[in-house]
Write a protein that binds this ligand. Structure first.
Ligand code: FE
Length: 353
């Protein structure tokens, strides 16, 4: 079922991504998921004068019960990867992030937009050039920085050395060859040097675990030495869930500290997860919320664990946990960027914030 609203929404987004006559777009799906988005892509691309086709892959069964990162139905599917390397824009309804296949496509100049959210979230977090400007400014600041430190009222105090990895911007659309983005996002990220993260992170009630799609209700204290979590302390369900989930991967590299950055999308809401993660709700059109609001809400410090292939590193563990945190303060080379969850650099501030 493809309704008018869906096509209109996709048309606006594809236009932001530079779709016009002469541009070739591929819609990539797996199983029966997001078939309506693929059809909307085909119709909207046509309306913009471009050409489009749809690749539907068989659904994954391996890794059920876990959110495995970087393992996609494209693994070992050489003909499809080669085909997708020939298009201008891949609309990714599968989730190729962290995969070698995605990096290979980007290296060949394809731009990729990942789409994971229900329609009402895609509409609410529609892209803007102003968000792009503010995220790109953040990217410049982070690129220049050699150290990043962040703290929280619960006792977080952790420092990253930043020399090794590039900075990625996410502002929700992409019209740049070889660039990836994620519809609805608005944040900036990089990774610390391989052995360059030390300190303590205390996840507090109200912080979010993306992989469980829940809010923390009890503090969890992570001790970090040379880029790895060496201890997970806490008596509550949250600490036990984290320990159990991470142990289930049987992979010491799951304990590496992954990307770090901060959220800049004033349209994204911290509370959204509380109301819209239930896919059975009529408003959801069968798509559960996958957490773009949580990753992007204005002033969050986005801490994470697991792989670093996203920034070109070697850790390709399938265990990735994004942990958006509230009320943190963050400094780059001693200059304040976020103060108790508020953005304090004028060039990055959203209108009215
Ligand atoms: Fe992440």
């Amino acid at each position: 079922m493809v309704d008018h609203d869906l096509v209109v929404t996709f048309k606006a987004q594809l236009a932001m991504c530079g779709v016009k006559p002469g541009v070739l777009v591929a819609a990539l799906t797996e199983g029966q998921t997001r078939q309506d988005y693929a059809q909307a892509t085909l119709i909207a691309t046509r309306e913009l004068g471009g050409e489009a086709f749809h690749v539907n892959l068989p659904p994954r069964t391996a890794g059920a019960g876990k959110f495995t990162t970087g393992k996609t139905p494209l693994e070992n599917n050489r003909p499809i990867v080669d085909t997708l390397k020939g298009v201008d824009l891949v609309m990714d309804f599968v989730g190729l992030l962290f995969s070698r296949e995605q990096n290979e496509m980007l290296d060949s100049g394809v731009r990729i937009l990942m789409v994971t959210e229900p329609l009402h979230v895609l509409k609410a977090l529609s892209s803007s050039k102003d968000l792009r400007r503010r995220v790109e400014y953040a990217g410049e600041l982070l690129t220049k920085a050699r150290t990043l430190r962040f703290t929280s009222p619960y006792g977080t105090d952790v420092t990253y050395k930043l020399n090794q990895y590039p900075v990625l911007t996410e502002y929700g659309y992409t019209d740049t060859p070889g660039r990836w983005d994620h519809w609805g996002c608005g944040f900036v990220l990089t990774s610390g040097d391989d052995d360059g993260v030390d300190g303590k992170v205390v996840l507090a009630p109200g912080d979010i675990t993306q992989v469980f799609q829940t809010y923390f209700t009890s503090p969890v204290t992570l001790t970090i030495e040379k880029g790895y979590v060496v201890d997970i302390a806490g008596d509550g369900v949250d600490a036990n869930l984290m320990r159990g989930y991470m142990e289930s991967f049987n992979d010491p590299r799951a304990y590496a500290v992954s990307h770090i950055g901060w959220g800049l999308n004033e349209k994204a809401k911290w509370h959204n997860l509380a109301t819209t993660k239930n896919a059975r709700s009529p408003a959801m059109h069968g798509h559960p919320e996958r957490g773009v609001n949580s990753l992007s809400f204005y002033g969050n410090v986005l801490f994470s664990l697991g792989p670093n292939t996203e920034v070109g590193g070697n850790n390709d563990t399938a265990c990735h946990i994004d942990l958006p945190m509230r009320n943190c303060s963050l400094w780059l080379d001693g200059e304040t960027v976020v103060e108790a969850g508020r953005i304090v650099v004028d060039e990055m501030r959203a209108p009215g914030f």
